[in-house]
Design a protein around this ligand. Structure first.
Ligand SMILES: [Zn+2]
Length: 75
């Protein structure tokens, strides 16, 4: 028996902390993978708005301007 280390310690499912399964790494099961995906998506939409830095504002401004000049022609 030489593969006992496969059960010793290894990555654990970030959802339920069970040992991960190779097929569904880094999760223990597809269910947990889906849970994480759902959390991730809801997390994305739930991220609080951080105050943009001056650099970000500059980028946004140039974006807005390039967009404006495009839609400026319609009257
Ligand atoms: Zn799990």
């Amino acid at each position: 028996m030489s593969d006992r280390k496969s059960h010793a310690r290894g990555p654990r499912c970030p959802i339920c902390n069970e040992p991960t399964a190779t097929a569904t790494r880094p999760f223990c099961s597809r269910r947990c993978a889906n849970i994480d995906l759902g959390r991730w998506f809801s997390g994305v939409y739930a991220i609080p708005v951080v105050e943009p830095s001056e650099e970000d504002l500059d980028a946004l401004e140039s974006l807005a301007q390039s967009g404006e000049s495009d839609g400026d022609e319609r009257d």
